[in-house]
Ligand binder design. Sequence first.
Ligand code: ZN
Length: 50
Amino acid sequence: MAKAVNCPCGEVISAETDDELVTLVQQHGKDVHNQAPSREDVLAMAHPAD
Ligand SMILES: [Zn+2]
């Protein structure tokens, strides 16, 4: 099932797999927020995307 993360900055990041979502959110965090969320952090923020 696809999942998505709504970043507090307003960006919505979605992916088909947990691994891809974690990679994309970590990259976004690094590029935009200078933060490195852990895999647990990303998955805790994730919700099903439709
Ligand atoms: Zn953001």
